[in-house]
Design a protein around this ligand. Structure first.
Ligand code: SF4
Length: 240
């Protein structure tokens, strides 16, 4: 099932002030089983897993294992898998592409230049994402507008032009960090223990660090780069 840009804009307007569960119910009713949650098992993604499990036990979720994640993240994936009886689809990078990249540029190439960092993100994340999305009519994300200056223009329903014009559903795009954690506490949702160690946003181990009080929540991601560079290519948004 496809939506036109006009239909998506209309739905985005309709759902702008609605609860995320209402958006998710519409999305599952419309697209299941050709809809899946993209999860890196950050706090927002776990909120959505909990909500989805309460709407349809057969919800789909996929994740990208870059090979450079923290052990705490792997532990959490199994915890979520057991708690929600979730069949988590895990996508890995192409082995030959990783081997060639490391042979040419080293294990930790991402620190050497923005281009090398993007190359690593492309091979370890963007290409596996393409495979994960192929065959889907829609995907769900835990993006929030308040997360970074690159995310302020996101709508609840969008057409994802970068991924074959499938539908992108962002049910908690208008939530604050406090709302996310409030939901986690009230609903006993598992979360990554790295949050308790000062992390605010969790990605790959070498590219993520805890933040200091008062720092921007994305300050711990690719901290050696300027804020407008801080996307890995998974989420492509047009400037408004
Ligand atoms: S976040 Fe870092 S390690 Fe992970 S894919 Fe991107 S550059 Fe590579």
């Amino acid at each position: 099932m496809k939506l036109s840009k006009k239909e998506a804009d209309k739905l985005a307007e309709k759902f702008e002030n609605k609860e995320p569960q209402e958006v998710l119910k519409w999305a599952l009713d419309t697209f299941h089983p050709k809809i899946s949650l993209a999860s890196s098992f950050g706090a927002e993604d776990n909120v959505l897993v909990d909500m989805l499990s309460k709407i349809n036990l057969k919800f789909r979720v996929f994740t990208l294992d870059t090979g450079r994640l923290n052990q705490e993240t792997y532990d959490l994936i199994d915890k979520i898998r057991k708690k929600y009886n979730a069949q988590i689809e895990v996508y890995y990078p192409n082995t030959e592409r990783v081997e060639k990249m490391v042979f040419q540029h080293g294990m930790n190439l991402f620190y050497d230049s923005v281009d090398y960092r993007r190359l690593c993100c492309r091979i370890r994340k963007v290409e596996p994402l393409m495979r994960a999305l192929s065959g889907l009519d829609a995907w769900i994300t835990g993006l929030r507008r308040a997360q970074s200056i690159t995310r302020t223009g996101i709508k609840k329903i969008e057409i994802d032009e970068a991924h074959g014009n499938i539908v992108k559903v962002n049910p908690i795009v208008d939530w604050s960090k406090e709302q996310v954690w409030d939901y986690i506490k009230k609903n006993d949702v598992p979360y990554n223990v790295l949050y308790d160690k000062g992390y605010a946003s969790i990605g790959c181990e070498p590219c993520t660090r805890p933040i200091k009080p008062g720092e921007d929540i994305r300050a711990g991601r690719w901290w050696w780069e300027s804020p407008e560079m801080k996307e890995c290519g998974l989420h492509v948004h047009k400037k408004k």
